[in-house]
Design a protein around this ligand. Sequence first.
Ligand code: FES
Length: 142
Amino acid sequence: MEQYSSKVMEHFASPHNVGEIADADGVGTVGNPVCGDVMRLYIKVEKDIITDAKFKTFGCGAAIATSSMVTDLVKGKTVGEALKISNQAVAEALGGLPKVKMHCSVLAEEALKSALDDYYKKRGKPSPVKLPESVGHEHEME
Ligand code: FES
C-alpha cells in the first residue's frame, strides 16, 4: 500500500487557510459524487493578485491536504497564474499522492477553477475558465 508523504500528513493534521472569506471576490464549490466529498474555496483578489484564499472541505484526508496546499499556492499569484495551477502541481507540492488519491487533488483544482470562474463573472468579465465537464458529475476513481 502506498503511504502518504509527510507533507500530506502535515497539511492534513494542521491544514492552512481553513475558514471562509465573508466578502470573497470568488467562491467555488465542487463535489465528487462518487466519494461524496465537497470542497468550497474562497478567494480575495486585489489588482489582479490573489491576496487571500480560504477553504472548507468536507472530505477525506487527501482532500483536506490538497485544499490546504492549493490555497497556499494561489496566495500572491495573479489570477492568470492561478488559472494554470493543475492538480498535478498541487499533488507534487505535497510530495506526491497515492494513485488512488489523485482524484482528491482534481477536486482541489476544480474548486480553484470554479472560484476563479466566479471571480470573472462577479466582475462582469467573460470567464476564460474551462470548467471540466466532470464538475458536479462523476469522477474517475483514480
Ligand atoms: Fe473523495 Fe478524497 S476520497 S476527495
